[in-house]
Write a protein that binds this ligand. Structure first.
Ligand SMILES: [Zn+2]
Length: 459
């Protein structure tokens, strides 16, 4: 009668990074209904009558699915195509990369846009990512006129996600101008909302359309302090709060962006967000690579969180995430593959630590007593840096994307999980003690074997 399926695995990675051997996960429909920390043969036989099926996944680590909290799927097509210099122009940075990205953004018609998105999401599933936050900013036709259905491309993004089976939070981007006192550039014509009223109307209509879909949420994303005026930050954060929807914005990624903020407001971005009431809506700040001490304090006291994208930040030469300072203040960090120079959340995780090591010439920087006490109190005998990094790739991203019951193998949570093949060379000689560090420091997408979203096997 019951449709509970029991999955057995050599290891399970439980909340807090605890690893258990020969545990099991019971799944009914799209939920985890029980987590067994150990499971012997007798229990399986005893329970068999109440189970629809027992699946022994074998020599694998069963972990929560990865949550990729910041993606621009179409930028996947820039991969491998911007890693060169013209001999006459030897000064490449974010802003010149952006020109290539704009050219790409103008080229897609609707079906091509849907196809590149689908391909990107499929690669994510192969990399063990089961939920994506798509920061979606191409809205209009190639000439800049809205589609008859203004959310045409947003709906295509959602369709691409559903087609491959990945869970999605569509973060609909508000974009209005090139900068302070500067109207939108012609290259930005597909992104633009002409006024706040229409922006809110399109936002609301997309939000209303996805209600009731178990795999889809909609959030709001003013693109950046450059692209959106003050009043829009007030209105959009208030909208997010009223609708209990995620609010994301690019923040403090570039020195140039901070200079523009100082010019326009005489203040740094976080101070402007504070004035606009943005901290009322549990905002997620993407990048945050250039923060003053005052801004760190505002994020901490305002309950903001940070989505870091280290592989993209190093590809674009953005700068370093101030991970130690954020974690010492207890700020939650999630991860995104952003421009998709590569798609590998394990890599994103370990870079958060490795970038600190390279700058400080120390090891295990993020396992400091101050940070471990902040997140784990006195519960641990040993300070594994992997425990600090692990939630960044799953539960933290889930919270940032508005999924309160996702990102851990926990009773009552959504059944999004993956298996990592431990028979592969990269995992030879792994044991229970070292499993979490193996995953964080040595795993890669090629080790992912099975992928489940909402209890359904999608790979
Ligand atoms: Zn981005």
């Amino acid at each position: 009668m019951s449709s509970v399926i029991r999955y057995l695995a050599r290891y399970l990675v439980l909340p807090g990074g605890d690893v258990v051997e020969h545990g099991a996960l019971d799944v009914c429909d799209d939920r985890i209904v029980a987590v067994h920390r150990s499971m012997n043969h007798h229990q399986i036989i005893r329970d068999r009558e109440s189970l629809a099926n027992v699946v022994d996944l074998g020599d694998v680590a069963l972990t929560p699915g990865g949550v990729n909290a910041h993606s621009h799927a179409f930028q996947r097509d820039l991969r491998g195509r911007t890693e060169w210099l013209h001999p006459d122009r030897e000064d490449e940075d974010f802003w010149s990369w952006r020109e290539a990205m704009y050219a790409l953004a103008l080229g897609f018609d609707a079906p091509a846009f849907e196809e590149v998105t689908r391909r990107c999401f499929l690669e994510m599933l192969h990399a063990g990512i089961t939920c994506v936050g798509e920061f979606h900013y191409i809205h209009h036709q190639q000439g800049g006129t809205p589609y008859p259905e203004p959310n045409e491309l947003a709906h295509r993004v959602i369709r691409a996600a559903k087609d491959v089976g990945i869970r999605i939070s569509l973060l609909r981007v508000a974009y209005h101008r090139a900068g302070h006192g500067k109207p939108a550039l012609s290259e930005q014509r597909r992104f633009i909302a002409p006024d706040l009223e229409r922006c809110l109307f399109w936002q609301q209509s997309l939000f209303d359309r996805v209600q009731g879909d178990p795999l889809v949420k909609v959030g709001v994303a003013p693109h950046s302090i450059r692209a959106v005026p003050f009043k829009w930050f007030e209105a959009l954060s208030s909208w997010a709060k009223t609708h209990d929807a995620p609010f994301h914005t690019h923040a403090c990624e570039q020195q140039g962006e901070i200079e523009q903020s100082l010019q326009e407001y005489g203040k740094r971005p976080m101070e402007v967000f504070d004035d606009a009431g943005v901290f009322e809506c549990s905002p997620v700040f993407v990048h945050a690579t250039h923060l003053s001490d005052r801004e760190l304090e505002l994020i901490e006291t305002g309950g903001g969180s940070v989505c870091a994208c280290p592989t993209t930040e190093r590809n674009l030469g953005d700068g370093f995430l101030p991970a130690t300072k954020l974690l010492e203040r207890g700020v939650r960090i999630s991860l995104g593959s952003d421009s998709h120079a590569e798609i590998d959340l394990w890599q994103e995780m370990r870079l958060v630590e490795y970038h600190e090591r390279l700058q400080k010439e120390r090891r295990n920087v993020l396992a400091s007593r101050a940070i471990m006490q902040k997140f784990f109190g006195d519960t641990l005998e040993r300070y594994d840096v992997a425990r600090v990094l692990w939630p960044m790739s799953n539960i933290n991203g889930a919270k940032d994307l508005g999924w309160q019951d996702l990102g851990e193998l926990r009773e009552g949570f959504l059944a999004d999980f993956v298996t990592v093949d431990l028979s592969k060379p990269a995992m030879w000689n792994v044991d229970r003690e070292s499993l979490l560090s193996h995953l964080v420091f040595a795993s890669h997408p090629g080790l992912v074997r099975d992928v489940f979203v909402g209890g359904k096997k999608v790979l």
